[in-house]
Design a protein around this ligand. Structure first.
Ligand code: BYC
Length: 325
């Protein structure tokens, strides 16, 4: 599979350059924006970093929806800070992608025209306050599981963005766990809400890691280039192993009757998500795809006057500098 993908993605590249590039990767060197790189490497990074950036920005919507309804001032301040962090993560990632020669405007237009994806998880609704806890605990928990290894990704700007993002993401996961803990230890009704949120977010969270390894299109090449450090299934297993004891501590039940400790592998056996649902969500047929894209389109349209103003200001400043020289 690896040989096949190298052939399809990098046929136009000089074999000597390719070999030297792969040797740098194998030696653990970071690739920087001005270094030579195969076109397939550049494209793969733009796809992954772009999708990641879009996910951070679209990911603000399900939580932003609850800022005005947070039950206490403290929870409101925490949620505000978290949602604001996600905007910052999007910014670092768009900047990392820009070093590969694609503008943020281009990436946004690709998102809005449906040519680029964002994480499937954000097409699920947040129906009540417990869902905000589940998003922090499970969604940010899955995100960190994926992102900690990405700090060692081979492309320098992506790796450096991930180091900063992971510091904030771990706070996000803790605030979610703390929120769901308070609900799980609250009244019977609150505990039922926490369980219901876990029931609804469990499988969509498992889907965040992407299709199983046998169906993953990009993993082999991305791992050979050390863009990805682990396979989708490896990370999903680590996430389950980390999360099951956390659920048990809360007195909550993972909604999977097949869940069982496997002594031989030293991990939990669990049921796969419904992959047909995953592919439907990717096609745009999830519960919130239309809402999310409408919100992004509206934000883009509403911001046009501001982007135009910034450009006009930049042009005038440049003209004034030239006139003064
Ligand atoms: N959702 O060959 P595969 C966050 C696509 S946000 C949608 O395994 P790859 C946060 C995949 O793109 C978390 N699409 O792909 C923010 C490919 O389609 P294309 C975002 C998915 O790239 C706010 C096809 O399926 N994190 O943390 O090797 C609040 C085949 O898959 C998904 C990142 O983006 C999905 N879940 O592996 C809270 C991390 N999964 O592109 C939290 C960086 C797969 O060929 N990204 N697809 O049309 C990655 O690590 C990898 O891109 C993935 C997928 C593991 C996601």
């Amino acid at each position: 599979m690896y040989a096949q993908m190298v052939k399809s993605e990098a046929t136009n590249d000089d074999p000597e350059l390719l070999a030297a590039f792969q040797a740098r990767i194998d030696a653990g060197e970071k690739i920087e924006p001005k270094d030579w790189m195969p076109e397939g490497y550049r494209k793969t990074l733009i796809r992954q970093i772009g999708q990641h950036a879009h996910s951070e920005v679209v990911g603000q919507l399900p939580e932003g929806n609850w800022i005005t309804r947070a039950p206490t001032l403290e929870r409101k301040a925490i949620l505000l800070a978290k949602v604001q962090d996600e905007a910052g993560h999007g910014l670092y990632l768009y900047c990392a992608a820009e070093t590969l020669g694609v503008s943020r405007d281009d990436l946004t237009e690709q998102l809005l025209s449906g040519r680029m994806k964002y994480s499937s998880i954000f097409n699920y609704p947040t129906l009540n306050w417990a869902d905000i806890g589940a998003v922090g605990w499970l969604v940010d928990g899955a995100a960190i599981m994926n992102q900690v290894p990405l700090q060692r990704t081979s492309f320098g700007p992506y790796s450096r963005a991930m180091i900063r993002i992971c510091k904030e993401e771990s706070f996000h996961q803790r605030q979610g766990y703390d929120l769901i803990r308070v609900m799980a230890q609250g009244t019977a009704e609150q505990k039922a809400m926490a369980q219901d949120a876990l029931n609804r977010f469990w499988y969509p969270s498992l889907m965040m890691f992407g299709p199983s390894d046998k169906d993953s299109v990009h993993s082999a090449q991305s791992m050979a280039w050390k863009i990805k450090i682990n396979t989708n299934d490896e990370l999903r297993q680590k996430f389950v192993d980390q999360t099951v004891p956390q659920a048990h501590y809360l007195g909550l039940t993972i909604p999977d009757e097949a869940l069982a400790w496997n002594e031989d592998k030293g991990g939990w056996d669990f049921s796969e998500p419904d992959w047909s649902e995953f592919y439907e969500v990717l096609k745009g047929n999830g519960p919130c795809n239309t809402d999310r894209m409408e919100a992004r389109q509206k934000a883009w349209n509403d911001g046009a006057w501001f982007r135009d103003g910034l450009m006009a200001h930049a042009r005038k400043s440049a003209a004034r500098r030239v006139a003064a020289e």
